[in-house]
Design a protein around this ligand. Structure first.
Ligand code: S3P
Length: 176
């Protein structure tokens, strides 16, 4: 069966939500973001979930969110940066979507996330070091999972979205 969703993976600050939104608009697809879905479902924001349930609790909610979302039709789906950590998530994403890895440098992430208060993993003394470590651990996983790999450094989101479209399989380029 051919993939029905276009799924964006990559680290925090790689532009998954912004680019995903634009891509969905241009393709006439519905855009969903797994972090937003989790917040809607729980009625609290992600920092609060981390506070109360820890990262493990958040990861469980993330898996359930992905399970729910892949059941919908023809999405552009932006995932959280850590969603690729669980084997069951990787399988779910791979089976249900064409996976686009938005690759970015830590430099660029820092520029985009410098003042961020919404990402619990970055509320540390040295966010740059944290981003470097996460990227080192996760980049091989993103690469392994990706059907398409694009750098988003210093490129406008509109340009990235436009660049992605001709690289999609034919059946995904057609409107929703
Ligand atoms: C996380 C990334 C965040 C969010 C949570 C954990 C991660 O999503 O899911 O804060 O582990 O990298 P974004 O990638 O959309 O920032």
């Amino acid at each position: 069966m051919s993939a029905k969703h276009i799924i964006l993976i990559g680290p925090m600050g790689s532009g998954k939500s912004t680019i995903g939104h634009l891509l969905a608009q241009r393709l006439g697809r519905e855009f969903r973001d797994s972090d937003h879905y989790i917040e809607e479902r729980t009625g609290v924001d992600i920092p609060r979930i981390f506070d109360i349930e820890g990262e493990e609790g958040f990861r469980q909610r993330e898996t359930r969110a992905l399970q729910d979302l892949v059941r919908l039709d023809n999405l552009v789906l932006a995932t959280g940066g850590g969603s690729v950590l669980r084997e069951e998530n990787r399988r779910l994403l791979k089976e249900n979507g064409f996976i686009v890895f938005l690759d970015t440098s830590v430099e660029q992430q820092m520029e985009r996330l410098r003042h961020d208060k919404k990402r619990p993993l970055l509320q540390t003394e040295n966010p740059r070091e944290r981003l470097e470590k996460l990227l080192e651990e996760r980049r091989p996983i993103y690469l392994q999972l990706a059907d398409l790999h694009l750098r988003t450094d210093r490129k406008y989101a509109r340009k990235v979205a436009a660049d992605i479209i001709p690289l999609l399989p034919e059946h995904l380029r057609r409107h929703g």
